[in-house]
Design a protein around this ligand. Structure first.
Ligand SMILES: Nc1ncnc2c1ncn2[C@@H]1O[C@H](COP(=O)(O)OP(=O)(O)O)[C@@H](O)[C@H]1O
Ligand SMILES: [Mg+2]
Length: 331
């Protein structure tokens, strides 16, 4: 039996002169929640569109639920559920009518469909809303209806393109809990895309970081963070920090005085280094007021790998700065 739900090999997609995908490869195991994390324009939606047979790749190979997406699109479609980036519900129909229509398109017999609609409405806690017009629902509720709809025909693989884009923190957390529940209750494989690092971190077993049409790293959130290999510990003292005594410690890579009584210690393994550091200070009789340590975030990993920030606002700003500097100093 095939251990993978999704296999992607050297996928490329050109839109005219734009190369949206420049050789994307990854695999998703059965039952896994896999995230494509990357900034706007990275190629996430293009990848989802190819995997869900909406568009064809320029070259490369992709297989979903055991079928080639280019050669056997009908077999793929039967086995997947999709929530696209933009809402695709019929706003002028009720929640129930939207679900019914979808079920009928998939040829689910009426009695069975009625049962399944109740089941999915229960799942996403929208039973009381089933006869409301979709246009009267909040953004978060619409998203939940779309997830319910994508589950009606019992897909093996679920695709979610930016499932919480533009939602408020409450709705976002609700959606996260549904996605976690799906993994637990149904044995479904989920591929989601996001540009929110917290979302990838919270939900995904494994993540592929995508940037400008290429996968720049792949692994569990922990594995990705360990790419940086550095963590930072902050120690605040009552009095002057005794910096020099740290220099002999094995895990310490760098020490900086950042305040009159505060130091920043870069280490390669904070959980190991911390006890040693505290002990050394203790022996010298230095009085510690506060200790904290910062784990690298997935954004740090992205910056480390690409030199840019995940969030476009910040990256645009940095890019802008870099351009000004380049003009000023290189011309
Ligand atoms: N239909 C299209 N025609 C031309 N360019 C496109 C089209 N769709 C996407 N692109 C371009 O391809 C790149 C990747 O886009 P997309 O896959 O939507 O990225 P993401 O979903 O990660 O934000 C972007 O540069 C985008 O402008
Ligand atoms: Mg997109």
């Amino acid at each position: 039996m095939n251990e993978y739900s999704i296999i992607v090999k050297d996928l490329r997609k050109k839109y005219g002169d734009i190369e949206a995908l420049r050789g994307v490869s990854f695999t998703v195991r059965k039952g896994e929640i896999f995230g494509l994390l990357g900034p706007n324009g990275a190629g996430k939606t293009t990848t989802i569109h190819i995997l869900t047979t909406v568009i064809k790749p320029t070259s490369g190979y992709a297989e979903v639920a055991g079928y080639d997406v280019v050669k056997r699109p009908d077999e793929v479609r039967k086995r997947i559920g999709v929530v696209f980036q933009d809402i695709t519900l019929d706003l002028n129909l009720t929640v129930y009518e939207n679900l019914w229509l979808h079920g009928k398109i998939y040829g689910i017999p009426s009695n069975e469909l009625k049962r399944r609609i109740e089941e999915v409405l229960d799942l996403i806690e929208l039973k009381d809303w089933k006869n409301k017009l979709v246009k009267n629902l909040s953004g978060g509720m619409k998203r939940r209806v779309e997830i319910a709809r994508a589950l009606l025909h019992r897909p093996e693989v679920l695709f979610l393109d930016e499932p919480t884009l533009g939602l408020d923190p409450n709705s976002r957390m609700k959606i996260w809990s549904y996605i976690k529940m799906l993994k637990k209750e149904y044995n479904i494989t989920i591929l989601l895309t996001t540009h929110y690092m917290e979302e990838a971190e919270q939900l995904c077993d494994r993540i592929a970081i995508i940037d400008r049409g290429r996968i720049v790293a792949e692994g569990s959130p922990e594995e990705l963070k360990s790419i940086i290999g550095r963590e930072v510990i902050y120690v605040k003292f009552i009095g002057t920090p005794p910096i020099s005594i740290l220099k002999t410690l094995e895990h310490v890579r760098d020490i900086k005085l950042i305040d009159r009584n505060r130091i920043e210690i870069t280490v390669d393994n904070a959980p190991r280094a911390l006890p040693e550091i505290i002990e050394v200070f203790y022996k010298t009789g230095a009085q510690i007021e506060e200790v904290s340590y910062k784990r690298p975030t997935l954004n740090d990993v992205f910056v480390y790998l690409t030199g840019r920030e995940l969030r476009e606002e910040e990256s645009n700003f940095n890019e802008h700065l870099r351009m000004i500097m380049r003009r000023r100093y290189l011309s």
